[in-house]
Write a protein that binds this ligand. Structure first.
Ligand code: 6GU
Length: 228
């Protein structure tokens, strides 16, 4: 069982992605627990204040230490987090290897930043991993957190079945996935490759591997370079 706590000022942005499809099934099966917390619950005043102007001047608000520290301390009172993750564009780029690693943890916290980010002292004292989902800027960490939790959740043993197996996903072996087809065998002028219709599992497996290799060479040669 993996428990993921998420701290955010916009819980609505995370509720829907965590409540459908495979994320829903993972939670229904008791394999994943996702708890979304409104950071304003730990606000410094009755107006829900959690951010303030930055020292040194400049545009943009910074998320204050106190609400974050109090939230983290309270959420850890029933056991320490294995990882405290801060979602930020200057973090380490998320990939399948990181997803595999995180899926083996027991209890993690994800902090979603907003505005100009969080007071650096929280990063220094509490945060154990800083994650970005790619080289572009989002308005906040919520959509990125949803991406990370989805990628992790589907890797927890028992979440996927044969139909949704992670073993045949792109990246699981540093290869892109091969092309797939379904009925009809002939659509307009396009036919499904004969080998898939012939019913020889060994031949099919070889064909898929060749296709995966070819696709990876054409589209993502960097993945083949990465292989040690
Ligand atoms: Cl984690 N946060 C934000 N705000 N922007 C991003 C990101 C995260 N990853 C890529 N862009």
């Amino acid at each position: 069982m993996l428990t993921v706590d998420i701290l955010t000022v916009l819980p609505e942005l995370l509720e829907s992605p965590m409540s459908h499809s495979i994320m829903k099934r993972a939670q229904d099966k008791g394999l994943l627990q996702v708890r979304i917390h409104q950071l304003r619950k730990w606000a410094v005043n009755k107006y829900g204040m959690v951010d303030d102007y930055q020292y040194g001047g400049g545009a943009g608000m910074v998320m204050m230490c106190e609400p974050l520290a109090n939230a983290i301390d309270e959420l850890q009172s029933d056991g320490a987090f294995d990882e405290i993750i801060y979602m930020t564009p200057d973090g380490r780029r998320f990939d399948q290897r990181m997803a595999n690693g995180l899926s083996l943890k027991g209890k993690i916290l994800i902090i979603c930043g907003h505005y100009k980010g969080i007071d650096d002292r929280i990063r220094q004292r509490y945060v154990t991993k800083e994650i970005s989902i790619g080289d572009y800027v989002l308005s906040g960490g919520e959509l990125a957190a949803a991406v990370v939790v989805d990628a992790i959740g589907r890797l927890i043993p028992g979440v996927l079945n044969d139909e949704t197996s992670a073993l045949t996903d792109s990246f699981q072996d540093n290869l892109l996935a091969p092309p797939v087809y379904t009925r009809p065998a002939e659509f307009r002028d396009m036919k499904v490759p004969d080998i898939l219709l012939q019913g020889d599992p060994k031949k099919v497996e070889e064909w898929r591997y060749e296709q995966a290799l070819q696709r990876t060479r054409e589209r993502r040669p960097d993945l083949l370079q990465d292989e040690e």
